[in-house]
Ligand binder design. Structure first.
Ligand code: GLU
Ligand code: ZN
Length: 308
C-alpha cells in the first residue's frame, strides 16, 4: 500500500493560506531554551505571515519527566518574547478521556491490541516490535500496553523544508504503543488527537520529529483525520552532534534579553534582520519579522551545529 500525503506548500511569501492554524507544543520538561525558542518563533512567524492563528499546547503527558513550574516558565518566556498565542492553551493532561475514546474505537475495530511483552523482549529486535502479541486476543490485565496494528505501507510526505520523505512505519518501528503499561498515553497518539482537535493545518517543528511524522500520518489516515502540512526546521546540535535540548541542560533563555534572543533565532533561521533602529523592541522585531518571513530561507538541513 502506498500512502501519499503530498501537500507541500512552497509558496511565495505573500500569498497567504486560508484559515491557517499553526501551533507550538512544548513538553514541560524544562524552561524554554534557544532550540525551543527557534521552533516557537518559526511556527509563530509562519502562522502570522499567513494571517493565521497560532495555538499553544502543553504536552504534559508524562508526569515523571516533568519539572514542577516548567509549564508556567514556558508561558512566561513566550510572553516575554512577544509570542502571544491565540485561544486557550490546550493541556494534554486534560485530554485523557478523548485519548481513551480513540483507543477504544481502535480496539473495537481490531486496529489495536493488548500486549504483554517486556522491554527485554523488545531489545532483542532492535526496538522494532515484531508483533508477538498480535492476534493473541490478550485481555487487559493491568500489566499490558496497547499497540496499534501497523500494516505494511509506504508513507510518502512532502515536507515544506526537508523535501520528500518516505518511510514504512511497519518496517521502521512495527506496531507502536498507544498506551503504556503504566497507563500513560503515548505521544504519537496524543499529538494526532490534539492536532485534529485543534484543527491544525500547518505544523512547523524541529527535524527530530520528522521520523515520527509517518506514524502520525498513518494514524490520521486510519482515523479519517485531515493530514496537516509539515515543515521540519533544522535542530541545533552541540559540537558533539547532540541535540541542544532541555535534557542536555541547554541554558534557559534570559527573558530580560528577549530582543537579543529573537535576533539570534532569526539568524539561525536565515531570515533577514530588521534595521538596527528597531532592534531594541520585541514588538517591532516581530512585526518586521512577520512581514519579511519566508520558509524558503530556512536551511534545508536536519541539523546545524551551534557556533558555526
Ligand atoms: N512536545 C514535543 C516536544 O517537545 C513536540 C511535539 C510536536 O511538536 O509535535 O518536543
Ligand atoms: Zn507483545
Amino acid at each position: 500500500m502506498d500512502i501519499i500525503a503530498d501537500n507541500s506548500h512552497k509558496q511565495s511569501p505573500r500569498d497567504s493560506v486560508k484559515n491557517y492554524r499553526g501551533r507550538f507544543a512544548p513538553s514541560p520538561t524544562g524552561p524554554l531554551h534557544t532550540g525551543s525558542l527557534i521552533s516557537a518563533l518559526a511556527s509563530y512567524l509562519d502562522a502570522k505571515s499567513n494571517d493565521g492563528q497560532w495555538l499553544l499546547r502543553i504536552e504534559d503527558l508524562d508526569p515523571p519527566r516533568e519539572i514542577p513550574g516548567a509549564a508556567a516558565a514556558i508561558l512566561a518566556s513566550l510572553r516575554a518574547h512577544g509570542l502571544q498565542w491565540d485561544e486557550q492553551p490546550m493541556w494534554q493532561s486534560h485530554r485523557h478521556a478523548d485519548y481513551q475514546c480513540i483507543i477504544d474505537r481502535l480496539l473495537k475495530t481490531d486496529n489495536a491490541y493488548y500486549c504483554t511483552c517486556s522491554r527485554s523482549t523488545l531489545r532483542t529486535s532492535g526496538g522494532i516490535y515484531l508483533g508477538h502479541c498480535r492476534d493473541q486476543h490478550r485481555r487487559p490485565d493491568g500489566e499490558s500496553s496497547i499497540r496499534l496494528y501497523v500494516a505494511d505501507s509506504h508513507i510518502h510526505m512532502a515536507d515544506a523544508i526537508q523535501g520528500s520523505y518516505c518511510q514504512n512505519p511497519a518496517a521502521a518501528f512495527g506496531d507502536f504503543v498507544l498506551r503504556r503499561k503504566d497507563l500513560l498515553y503515548a505521544y504519537q497518539l496524543a499529538v494526532v488527537a490534539d492536532d485534529e482537535a485543534q484543527s491544525i493545518t500547518h505544523i512547523v517543528r524541529g527535524s527530530d520529529l520528522l521520523e515520527s511524522t509517518p506514524r502520525q500520518i498513518y494514524l490520521q489516515k486510519l482515523l479519517a483525520y485531515t493530514t496537516p502540512h509539515y515543515a521540519h526546521i533544522p535542530i541545533i546540535t552541540d559540537a558533539n552532534g547532540q541535540k541542544f535540548s532541555k535534557q542536555t541542560f541547554a541554558a534557559p533563555l534570559g527573558n530580560n534579553r528577549a530582543t537579543d534572543n529573537l535576533l539570534t533565532a532569526l539568524i539561525f533561521l536565515q531570515q533577514p534582520l530588521p534595521p538596527k533602529s528597531i532592534q531594541g523592541s520585541v514588538t517591532n522585531i516581530l512585526e518586521w519579522a512577520i512581514e519579511h518571513w519566508s520558509l524558503s530561507f530556512v536551511p534545508e538541513t536536519l541539523a546545524i551545529t551551534a557556533g558555526k
